[in-house]
Structures are given as structure tokens and as C-alpha cells.
Design a protein around this ligand. Structure first.
Ligand code: KE4
Length: 442
């Protein structure tokens, strides 16, 4: 694969970056895109199709970011493009109920075990902040429990020792979050029982909900220990708190019904996003009717949104689900691809004698190469990663035409558009880039 440096100069992106930084903070619309953790400046994307993106500099990159998760079927999937194109000719927003919302709500309820009723919003953040408000309204309790390294969007209540971009930039607890808000968010350690039990024991009758990424994609890719999700289910029931699975990343990605189907644990509320919008701005929160009926206007817990249920986003979501359902072998195929990637990466790590400095973790089509010895079971483990060598691997891949997330605390994603050759190319490029990063023999 030709190296990016042999491709057209990156002058176009550099010129756009300079302009962007004059009118947009950091030149981006979301921090993690800015390459701050790895150095250099990001290419500006002109287009994408299948498993590849094309930059404004004319470079073609094999993409394992997939817009941070939505692109389960690959970029510019014909079903989704046609659905959005068709919907747009009938109008782009009405601020009124539409059939597409009903159709998508019915299909989500049909496949996600915890969901009988769902409310659409415009982002994962809106979904999680609304689910927490509902949990607090239903239980009449103030506190929430989250896990260090989990990221649930940028609402104040969640920017306490958060993962993803917050961890990447060393602002896991952001300025601007009032002490009073932070005081109502208690932090436990993922895959740990004691820190969870202690929060409940010290705050009897006050914890409204536990919110968790069932697979922690915002600290890379951390699976739950066997029985851990069952423990969270049990401890919340014992204490009368709700269990919220934040499946914005895992929903409809790890299984047709998300992580809750994969692990067989049913939460009280589920938040969704990314895949269900096919790349358009969509979030959703859902659960049993008895809980969701408390949401306005059926109930008294208020939540609203001008563009919620937007017809283009609903059309894209329905097309995404059509694409998923048209391929009964999709999840098995993604898992097989993922296993090929995992086998290849572990062989590359072993061949380079780096098993005590690297660990590759995967769940389905989500994965992460950690620059620390595994297993990585929580944030503390993930935080030991060697950021400098991660950056060298990142740039080594980029120079070989492969894009991964510009942060060691993000998941990589496979899609239905990736092939075995793409996976093998990732492994080959990684083997070379790791050699450069660690200075080990080729
Ligand atoms: P958004 O508000 O970004 O749509 O969703 C927030 C969110 C909530 N819950 C989970 C589990 C999530 O992964 C996210 C957002 N994920 C990050 C990527 N790790 C978004 C990327 C970004 O911040 O630009």
C-alpha cells in the first residue's frame, strides 16, 4: 500500500485547518477529531464509501473509525443514501409526528429486549441525560453512579472522570461543571464489586440509577468480566435503583439487540444512537412502558427537541435496519472478521516480543490495541497505556493509508464493508508500524 507521504501534499487540509481554527474552537466540531493526542493535524475528509475515506488532499484511507461507530454497513451505503435522498424531496423537518418515527420505534422495540417504548432525540448525549432525568424522576432520588472511563456524552452530570475525548484531553472532570452537579455523580470502578456496593451502602435510598457502557468503548474496548453485568442487575434491584445500559455505541452493533442481547442481561432503560441513525443525528432512550410513560406529554418528566424524530434521520435509521435485516449472517460475519483481526494482531504482537507491552482486546466488531500489558479490565489499567508509542503506531498506520481513532482511549470499528484483505492490511501495517514504534527488528 503506497505511503501517504507519497500521496499528494496535505496542503489542502492544512489550508482548511488554518481557516477552521479562526472560526471554530480547535478547528473541529468535536474535540477528539483534532488529533491533539497524537500530534499533527487531521486530514479534512471529502468523501467516503464502504470501508474507505478520501481526503481533501486526494489520499484514500482504509477507515477503522467509521464515524465513531454509526457506519455498521460502511460509508455511503446505497440503501441509506437512497432513503435520505428520497425523504428529502418530501421535506426535511416538520416538527410534527410522522409514520417513519412509528416504524423505527416499532422496529427498535422489536429487537432490543429492554425496550417496549422509545423516545427519539438528536444525539447520544441527549439520550443519556434524558434517561438519567427519567430515572431521577421515577425513583425520586438524586444520585447517579457511573464508572471511571465510561463516557456518556457531555452533559454536566457525566463529565466526572469520563472517558473518550474527556480522558484523551486530560479533562475527565471538565471546568464549568458546578460542584453541586458533580456531587450527585458518584464514581465506581468497572469490573469491580466493592466500589459499587460501597456507594450504595454509604448512600442508602439515594441512588437513582447506575449508568454503564456494557462494553466500555470509551476507554478502548473493555468487556465486562463474566457475571459483572448480572452483578449490576442484582445490586440495582437490591437497592431499588434503575440500571441504565448506555448502548449508544454497542446498540445494534454487538448483536441485533445490542450488548443486552449478547450478554443476556436486561437493564431498566437503554440509550441508543450512532447505528440507529445510519450516520444522521439520532439518539434514543427506551424501556418498559411503565417507565417510559412518565415522559412528557404522557407523563410529567419533561424532555423535548425541535428536530427529534427528524424525517431524514428516521429514513436513514430505517434503511440501516433494513440493511441489517437483509443480511442474517451480518453479526457472525463481523465476529469472524474481528477474530481474524484479533488473531493477526496477537501474532504480530508475539512475533515482535511485545506481549508484555501491548494487548489487543475485541468484542464483536469493536476493538482496541492497548499500549500496556493486558488484560485491561478498567480505566486504571487503560490509563497505563504508553501514549507516545500509541502515537507512533497511529502515524505509522496513517502513513500506510490506514485511519484509526486518534486516541488510545477509543474503540476501533469493523463494518460489513471491510474485507479479509482489509483486515490483513491492518495487521501488516501494524506489524511494520509497531516495529518502528518500538525499534524492534522487522
Ligand atoms: P453523542 O452526544 O456524541 O452523539 O453521544 C455521546 C455518547 C454517549 N454514550 C456513548 C457510549 C458514546 O460512545 C457516546 C459518544 N461517543 C464518542 C466516541 N467515543 C463520540 C465521538 C466524539 O465525541 O466526537
Amino acid at each position: 500500500m503506497a505511503r501517504v507521504t507519497e500521496r499528494p501534499e496535505r496542503a489542502a487540509s492544512a489550508e482548511l485547518q488554518a481557516r477552521a481554527e479562526r472560526v471554530m474552537p480547535g478547528g473541529v466540531s468535536s474535540p477528539v477529531r483534532a488529533w491533539k493526542a497524537v500530534g499533527g493535524s487531521p486530514p479534512f475528509v471529502r468523501s467516503a464509501n464502504g470501508a474507505r475515506i478520501v481526503t481533501e488532499d486526494g489520499a484514500e484511507l482504509l477507515d477503522f473509525v467509521g464515524s465513531w461507530g454509526p457506519m455498521l454497513l460502511g460509508h455511503a451505503h446505497p440503501r441509506i443514501v437512497e432513503a435520505v435522498r428520497g425523504a428529502a424531496t418530501s421535506g426535511t423537518s416538520f416538527g410534527a409526528p410522522t409514520e417513519r418515527e412509528v416504524l423505527l420505534a416499532e422496529r427498535i422495540a422489536e429487537r432490543v429486549p429492554s425496550v417496549e417504548m422509545v423516545r427519539f432525540v438528536n444525539s447520544g448525549t441527549e439520550a443519556t441525560m434524558s434517561a438519567v432525568r427519567l430515572a431521577r424522576g421515577v425513583t425520586e432520588r438524586p444520585l447517579i453512579l457511573k464508572f471511571e472511563g465510561c463516557y456518556h456524552g457531555h452533559a454536566d452530570a457525566f463529565l466526572i472522570r469520563a472517558g473518550s475525548g474527556a480522558a484523551t484531553f486530560g479533562t475527565p472532570t471538565s471546568p464549568g461543571v458546578p460542584e453541586g452537579v458533580a456531587a450527585d455523580t458518584h464514581i465506581a470502578r468497572f469490573n469491580d464489586h466493592g466500589t459499587v456496593e460501597a456507594i450504595f451502602d454509604v448512600n442508602p435510598g439515594k441512588v437513582a440509577a447506575v449508568i454503564v457502557e456494557p462494553v466500555v468503548g470509551n476507554s478502548g474496548c473493555i468487556p465486562p468480566d463474566a457475571g459483572y453485568l448480572e452483578f449490576l442487575r442484582d445490586v440495582t434491584e437490591r437497592h431499588g435503583a434503575l440500571l441504565i445500559f448506555d448502548e449508544v455505541m454497542t446498540g445494534l452493533r454487538l448483536a441485533r439487540g445490542g450488548a443486552q442481547e449478547l450478554y443476556g442481561v436486561t437493564p431498566d432503560l437503554t440509550t441508543l444512537g450512532k447505528v440507529i441513525g445510519g450516520g444522521l443525528p439520532v439518539g434514543a432512550y427506551g424501556g418498559p412502558r411503565e417507565l417510559m410513560r412518565r415522559v412528557s406529554p404522557a407523563g410529567d418528566v419533561y424532555q423535548a427537541g425541535t428536530l427529534s424524530g427528524n424525517p431524514l434521520a428516521m429514513a436513514a435509521g430505517l434503511a440501516m435496519l433494513d440493511g441489517i435485516d437483509a443480511d442474517p449472517g451480518l453479526y457472525d460475519h463481523l465476529d469472524t472478521l474481528g477474530q481474524r483481526l484479533s488473531d493477526g494482531m496477537r501474532a504480530a504482537i508475539g512475533d515482535r516480543g511485545l506481549a508484555d507491552r501491548l494487548s489487543f482486546q475485541r468484542v464483536g466488531s469493536m476493538f482496541c490495541l492497548y499500549f500496556t500489558k493486558g488484560p485491561v479490565r478498567n480505566w486504571d489499567d487503560a490509563a497505563k497505556s504508553d501514549g507516545e508509542r500509541f502515537a507512533k503506531w497511529f502515524h505509522g498506520l496513517f502513513e500506510r493509508g490506514i485511519q484509526v481513532a486518534p486516541s488510545g482511549f477509543e474503540a476501533g470499528f469493523l463494518s460489513a464493508a471491510h474485507t479479509e484483505d482489509d483486515v490483513d492490511a491492518f495487521v501488516t501495517a501494524s506489524r511494520e508500524a509497531l516495529g518502528e514504534a518500538f525499534g524492534t527488528a522487522a
